[in-house]
Design a binder for this molecule. Structure first.
Ligand code: NAD
Length: 258
């Protein structure tokens, strides 16, 4: 393979959920910069449109679509919109996710909360895989990337639902790799450590940050570009023989909120 083509996504079509901000936005931007046409989807349509406008202004290809991943019809519409706009789906980034933040004291949360977190972190990615896989198979190029979390392997208080849902997503991918491999589809996970986004800012204090940095050999918190780089790796031909894997992107350390 010619080296210049290892990270080239020209002609490929990508879908990113929760792409109006944070890690999803950075992922959409890096995939577009590599040549992919990107369906930028978000619960908030204005944010999705703003990211699309930035990609178009930078010379990339993109279209915005509203999608609440908790709504089954929105998931179906996301894939049909992408296929009708760009012709197929080759790359799916299951980024939208919620929960954790040290707010899951088992005595204070109820079953409805648990169902909601699993619906966004596990059921929606599963459904999007199912909807997108036939197009990936037909097109001859498919790569699915789930954004999971260091919380999928950390153990800390008040994180049981978020952590276990992200662990489920890791394990789902390592199993689906066996189903999808023969279809020419790869599926992998990127597990961010603490990464500077709006979601992290809502729980970070100077004390928590200092504790995190004490356990982080690359002595800083993550930036969204750090996570997007791993997404590009899994999306691109450079990782053609990599499937079923989880890559923790965490500065070499362990960051927990306690
Ligand atoms: N930031 C971190 O430190 C960190 C660490 C580990 C894992 N993660 C994971 O990374 C992913 C992105 O997190 P982030 O920190 O970039 O978040 P963020 O808050 O910066 O952005 C999340 C985006 O998702 C959208 N969104 C929220 N609910 C949605 C829904 N139901 N349907 C569609 N879109 C929805 C929001 O509108 C927003 O644009 C999540 O899966 C999160 O669990 C983040």
């Amino acid at each position: 393979m010619d080296n210049s083509s290892l990270f080239d996504l020209t002609g490929k079509v990508a879908v990113v959920t929760g792409a109006g901000d944070g890690i999803g936005k950075a992922s959409a931007q890096i995939l577009a910069a590599a040549g992919a046409s990107v369906a930028v989807s978000d619960l908030n349509p204005e944010k999705a449109q703003a990211v699309t406008d930035e990609i178009l202004a930078a010379g990339g290809k993109s279209a915005a679509v509203a999608c609440n991943v908790l709504n089954k019809d929105d998931l179906t519409n996301l894939i049909s919109f992408t296929v009708s706009t760009f012709g197929t789906v080759n790359i799916l980034v299951n980024n939208a996710g919620l929960g954790g933040g040290g707010r899951e004291n088992p005595y204070n949360i109820d079953l409805e909360y648990v169902e909601r977190i699993y619906a966004i972190n596990v059921f929606a990615p599963w459904q999007l895989c199912k909807l997108a896989a036939p197009y990936m198979e037909k097109s001859g190029y498919g790569s699915i990337i789930n954004i999971t979390s260091m919380s999928s392997i950390n153990n800390s208080p008040s994180m049981a639902i978020y952590g276990s849902s992200k662990a489920a997503l890791n394990h789902m991918a390592s199993n689906l790799a066996f189903d999808y491999g023969p279809m020419g589809i790869r599926i992998n996970n990127v597990g961010p450590g603490a990464t500077r986004t709006r979601a992290l800012a809502s729980v970070l204090t100077p004390e928590i940050e200092a504790k995190m940095l004490a356990h982080t050999p690359i002595h800083r918190l993550g930036e969204v570009s750090d996570i997007a780089g791993a997404v590009l790796y899994f999306a691109a031909p450079v990782s053609a023989w990599v499937s079923g894997q989880t890559l923790m992107v965490n500065g070499g350390g362990v960051q927990t909120l306690d």
